[in-house]
Design a protein around this ligand. Structure first.
Ligand code: C5P
Length: 222
């Protein structure tokens, strides 16, 4: 079995305003995306890792992976305009991988249990196509119209905030991406693409610590 991990690190980091992509920000002496890669690399079942990055940073990423001895790197792929384009590029390099996981490079608090438990669920349940790490939302969520007026209040007990890793059967993830591209659908995560082709995806409770480093306020967690 091939268990591939795609790590998305091709964002521009505009919202962080550092002047360089936030995946290169140092945390405990190492770039954030390296901290993320180290955790994935340590899982014995992961067979290969594909990193997606911006064209101008390809060499830098290759060198950093070498420097920090990330053993399972298969290749570094050029990213696209949107995250979805970046993952699409990486999917083309996954070959016949049976299980493909997608991880945001800027989520360094990924835990091994997220990976192991996701793999276990997919192994034990042939009717499940994917597993998404998520947490129950703490705030009440409002749906609003374009003028800011509230149109409804969904039942909070049914709401989960989706994180990564998001782990899927390889074939269905590729089909989901190809269908989305044909119909110009742009989702905000990988699971939404699988859901729209009626894939069965389950949420596995993760951790509130598993944050995505996005804006300056998130830096206090590092
Ligand atoms: O922009 P956002 O915070 O949602 O990015 C989530 C992850 O996706 C980051 O690790 C970022 O580097 C990556 N990304 C990407 N290609 C893009 C945009 C974002 O790989 N075009």
């Amino acid at each position: 079995m091939k268990y591939t991990f795609i790590v998305a690190a091709a964002g521009s980091g505009k919202r962080m305003g550092l002047g360089y992509p936030k995946q290169f920000l140092e945390y405990q002496g190492k770039p954030i995306f390296i901290k993320t890669l180290e955790k994935i690399d340590q899982n014995p079942r992961v067979t290969d890792i594909i990193v997606v990055t911006n064209k101008e940073y390809t060499e830098k990423v290759e060198k950093l992976c070498e420097k920090y001895r990330i053993k399972k790197i298969k290749c570094v792929v050029q990213g696209g305009k949107e995250r979805q384009d970046s993952i699409q590029n990486a999917l083309e390099k996954t070959g016949n991988s049976e299980i493909i996981a997608v991880q945001d490079g800027v989520r360094p608090f990924i835990e091994n249990r997220f990976i192991e438990d996701s793999y276990r669920i997919l192994e034990k349940n042939c009717d499940v196509d994917g597993v998404v790490i998520g947490v129950p939302v703490k705030d009440t969520i409002k749906l609003v119209d374009k003028d800011g007026f509230i149109t409804s209040t969904p039942d909070r007990s049914l709401l989960m905030a989706a994180q990564t890793p998001q782990v899927f059967r390889g074939e269905i993830l590729k089909k989901a991406y190809s269908d989305a591209s044909k119909s110009n659908y742009l989702g905000t995560d990988d699971s939404s693409l699988v859901e729209r082709i009626n894939g069965k995806v389950i949420v596995l409770e993760g951790s509130y610590n598993n944050i995505k480093i996005t804006t300056q306020e998130d830096l206090k967690y590092l």
